[in-house]
Design a protein around this ligand. Structure first.
Ligand code: HXC
Length: 260
């Protein structure tokens, strides 16, 4: 894979993606957003045996400190909407990716950084991670899905408070609020994310993809998630993997799923 702002390694079925702009605290400039879109529409799809993706930030200080503020001055109403829409495109691709994507949050996850983490299917935070939507400090609002996704995770009252005050919260508070799945010692974020993905990798890939799709459907206003679950259950039960899963259960052995 050939990117300017993303470092990638692929090992044991896990694609580790590092946002690599450490001097700017991994702020998401337009180039990085474009690279994420390319990654989730092209490069990742070509990997044989991909089981899951981990997204983290370079260095010890930040996961991602937001969209790149230095690109804001040239924006007007029209180009601002295009700017926001492009980020939505990238983050929707992540949210709807058919393999699990975990954010390993190794430091500041602010603004677009918090929004990137929230688009992932799960979040593992280091003890020193900080989360926030500080856009109102800049006279703007979140534009990469933060008003919607933070509200889903933490509820309206806390989402209002975080967006309106620009306060940052610590990892343990994020855990208490349901924003992150796990808090781990500093430096162990990627290891924990790998541990989760290794567990998921033993399950039926079709079932994993369907579970992601159905859970996401809960938040889609134009999709009936209950209907989709019924359809998806039917699709799953008719796979070779489902036959193998039931046979393996009866034979008291581990299932050997093929993804079909
Ligand atoms: C561009 C950034 C940046 C950002 C940090 N840097 N955040 N550059 N965009 N979002 C740069 C700084 O300019 C500085 O570069 C270097 O990274 C180190 O940052 P410092 O501020 O010196 O570090 P520190 O004092 O430790 O403070 C850390 C921080 C602070 C609390 C994270 O950097 C900060 O508040 N950053 C902005 C956070 C933010 O407002 N994010 C939301 C952005 S809006 P130099 O060259 O000076 O050394 C957004 C909207 C998304 O995300 C939706 C758009 C549609």
């Amino acid at each position: 894979m050939n990117f300017t702002n993303l470092l990638t390694t692929f090992e044991n079925g896990i694609l580790l993606v590092t946002i690599n702009r450490e001097k700017a605290l991994n702020a998401l400039n337009q180039q990085t957003i474009s690279e994420l879109i390319k990654l989730f529409t092209e490069d990742a799809l070509m990997l044989q045996g991909l089981k899951g993706v981990i997204i983290t930030g370079a260095g010890e200080k930040a996961f991602v400190a937001g969209a790149d503020i230095k690109e804001f001055s040239k924006l007007d109403a029209e180009s601002g909407k295009i700017f926001a829409r492009r980020g939505h495109e990238a983050f929707n691709l992540i949210e709807n990716f058919d393999k699990p994507v975990i954010a390993a949050v190794n430091g500041f996850a602010l603004g677009g950084g918090c929004e990137l983490a929230m688009a992932c299917h799960m979040r593992v935070a280091g003890e020193k991670a900080r989360f926030g939507q500080p856009e109102v400090n800049l006279g703007i609002i979140a534009g990469y899905g933060g008003t919607q996704r933070l509200t889903r995770y933490v509820g309206k009252a806390k989402s209002m408070e975080l967006h309106l005050t620009a306060d940052m919260i610590k990892a343990d508070e994020a855990l208490r609020l349901g924003l992150v799945n796990h808090v781990v010692p500093v430096g162990e974020e990627v290891t924990k994310a790998k541990e989760i993905l290794a567990k998921v990798a033993t399950k039926g890939p079709v079932a994993i993809a369907k579970a992601i799709e159905c859970i996401n459907a809960y938040y889609k206003k134009n999709v009936n998630g209950f209907d989709l679950e019924i359809e998806s259950f039917g699709d799953c039960i008719d796979t070779e993997d489902a036959k193998e899963g039931a046979t393996a259960f009866v034979e008291k052995r581990a299932a050997n799923f093929k993804g079909r």
